[in-house]
Design a protein around this ligand. Structure first.
Ligand code: KG4
Ligand code: ZN
Length: 327
């Protein structure tokens, strides 16, 4: 079964064709990062306009490697995300559905991030096995989710303020490292040591996260005129965030006696997070390759495959849901 995936929830226009939810036949992302970088963050109106310019060329690019006649369905992100951006993808997907007579399914972007874990080799021990815990860490979310089967989610914990990616972006701005902050902090940290004592919000007794405190502590140090090496500050901040993410993910996975821990979302491409989670978890850890952690349409097509398998077909009244929840 071949699915065309379409993703336009934020600042990447993406399309992909995936076979049976696991094999990527083609996967393209048109990034708007350089356009938004000069504003220090995503400008929603600019993002929608860029999606309109990029969506048809990107679909033509992925369809150069697949034939329209071979497609079995369309999967498109309906939320969460920016309304104007989501509308571009959903309307193009509906137009294709109508023109080609293909079934359509609307995908939750966060669910898509989780399904990036299915886009890897199907050798034994590598495929996700239920029940599992997934740590979704992106620009808008830091969620710990128990997954008992396809499409079956229990949110065990979430951030109470900033998401992990948002915290990386804000810390990078404080340190003058540019946008997007995650990769900038990671690179700067390579030349430093985690010598600053930054606070960790453990929120004991809960599975929730809070990252605004560590960000504010960094801001106070910078504003207080303390002589800081940017590299040391970046390394200290990265370590403080990763420490909490890894410790809480492992604790919840043990508590619920799951078979695996999955990493997902843009922050899952962070090298320290990947390394520490693997090193500190007694439970097997699955991590998609970095390019499949950040926004892409292959993960949407993979998720769409499992939705079609479960008979979840939408009608042409499919609409965007900017505040869509996972469960
Ligand atoms: O999943 P994603 O591509 O988009 C959303 O759904 O939000 O995540 C984007 C977030 C940004 O905040 C970005 O700074 C962060 O992921 N990110 C990273 C890294 N690469 C991207 N954070 C830490 N380390 C990275 N290497
Ligand atoms: Zn995302």
């Amino acid at each position: 079964m071949k699915i065309l995936g379409i993703e336009t929830s934020c600042d990447e226009t993406a399309a992909a064709v995936v076979e049976d939810g696991v094999r990527i036949l083609s996967n393209q992302v048109a990034s708007q990062v350089e356009i938004h970088a000069r504003y220090g963050g995503v400008v929603p109106e600019v993002a929608s306009r860029q999606h309109i310019l990029a969506i048809i060329p990107i679909i033509e690019q992925v369809m150069a490697k697949a034939s329209w006649g071979d497609l079995d369905g369309i999967a498109v992100t309906i939320g969460p995300g920016l309304a104007g951006s989501l509308l571009v993808g959903v309307n193009v997907a509906k137009a294709i559905t109508l023109a080609r007579g293909l079934p359509i399914t609307g995908v939750n972007h966060l669910e898509g991030h989780i399904y990036a874990n299915w886009l890897i080799d199907r050798s034994p021990g590598v495929t996700p096995v239920f029940p599992l815990v997934c740590l979704i860490v992106s620009g808008g979310h830091s969620d710990l989710v128990l997954m008992r089967g396809h499409g079956d989610y229990v949110v065990l914990g979430r951030t109470r303020d900033d998401a992990a990616g948002e915290a990386f972006d804000k810390a990078a701005r404080i340190l003058g490292l540019g946008y997007p902050g995650g990769p900038a902090i990671q690179e700067a940290a390579k030349n430093g040591t985690a010598s600053l004592q930054l606070p960790r919000a453990w929120l004991k007794g809960t599975n929730d996260f809070s990252f605004s405190g560590v960000k504010t502590a960094l801001l106070r140090l910078v504003e207080g005129g303390m002589v800081l090496s940017r590299a040391d500050a970046a390394a200290s901040f990265q370590q403080a965030v990763v420490d909490v993410l890894v410790t809480k993910a492992v604790a919840v996975a043990k508590e619920f006696r799951v078979k695996q821990i999955l990493l997902a979302g843009g922050v899952a491409s962070n090298e320290l997070l990947r390394k520490w989670l693997v090193e500190n978890s007694p439970i097997p850890v699955l991590v998609p390759e970095p390019a499949l952690c950040t926004d892409n349409a292959a993960m949407i097509a993979a998720c769409g495959y499992y939705r079609f398998q479960a008979g979840k077909i939408d009608g042409l009244d499919l609409d965007v849901v900017p505040g869509l929840k996972l469960a």
